[in-house]
Design a protein around this ligand. Sequence first.
Ligand code: FAQ
Length: 315
Amino acid sequence: MTTTSAQDGLRDHFDAVIARHDRIEPRDWMPEAYRSTLVRQIAQHAHSEIIGMQPEGNWIGRAPSLRRKAILLAKVQDEAGHGLYLYSAAETLGVSRDELVRHLLTGRQKYSSVFNYPTLSYADVGTIGWLVDGAAICNQVPLCRTSYGPYGRAMIRICKEESFHQRQGYELLTTMMAGTPEQREMVQESVNRFWWPSLMMFGPPDVSSPNSERSMAWGIKRTSNDELRQRFVDMTVPQAAVLGVTLPDPELRWNEGRGHHDFGEPDWDELSAVIRGEGPCNAQRLAHRRRAHQEGAWVREAASAFAAHEGPEHD
Ligand code: FAQ
């Protein structure tokens, strides 16, 4: 076989795997743009988990009871774990974790916009669980069937843990809503702040999403940004009714003809500004991450020295 026909064979194999919605594995041939799209998305996802530890981590030392503290600690630790599974999945594409972390710290790679908003009360812990983890689950369940094997397998495990996260948030809000008028007010105020940023987590509308078409054709994304956003709204409206909170959108109503809820347009200029680094907490989140990275240098050095001393199997 000539080089060209060998390459054609590899490309045919890739196309056939994608066409039958099967998995591409790390040793399979893949187009460079497929690889770099995956690195971009998986890295952004991993960075989101790691930066996403900060807004809720802010409340660990001020949890209202030992039970709430234990739940919150477990959740934030899970997020670190998710970041690590995802960095490992990205490493199978030939990039190192060091390199990805460097891209996060220099601002070259992104993380989810939603983590650039402050957490001002303990109700935010519940709202993040209910809405932010709820949106994350909506987005991530289809990603369990993504075309790249290591990413899909990481997502299966992550989704199981995310559903615990969502339930603990909803349970916290249910408890607060059964409490005093001040507690109910705290929940409503928190939902008012997090509703629109949660809708923005799904990305820009399909018509202005530069990556969607190609990512969908390659099976990296299985469902479009707008379709996922609609699923999230339809899922959340009845939950809000049970909770007794009002979602802050005057245009939100059931549309019998469509069989879905209609809802207002998120402020896309705000999403663009937050993505550009101009959100309320972007600078604070990155500064904190850089400081933690610097302060953890001795741990990385000690681990490398230990690995060098013990031999390659400990590396
Ligand atoms: N924030 O063409 P598209 C979590 C960027 S869940 C920041 O539509 P794509 C769990 C996008 O990267 C949160 N940037 O892009 C948790 C692209 O930029 P680029 C993380 C955004 O990739 C819960 C440009 O805009 N989940 O952490 C955002 O096809 C609670 C154009 O957009 C994931 O990452 C945004 N919201 O679709 C942890 C899920 N939206 O690189 C702690 C996996 C868009 O071309 C506590 N990712 N951009 O310059 C995805 O599904 C996709 O990457 C989308 C974006 C849907 C986010």
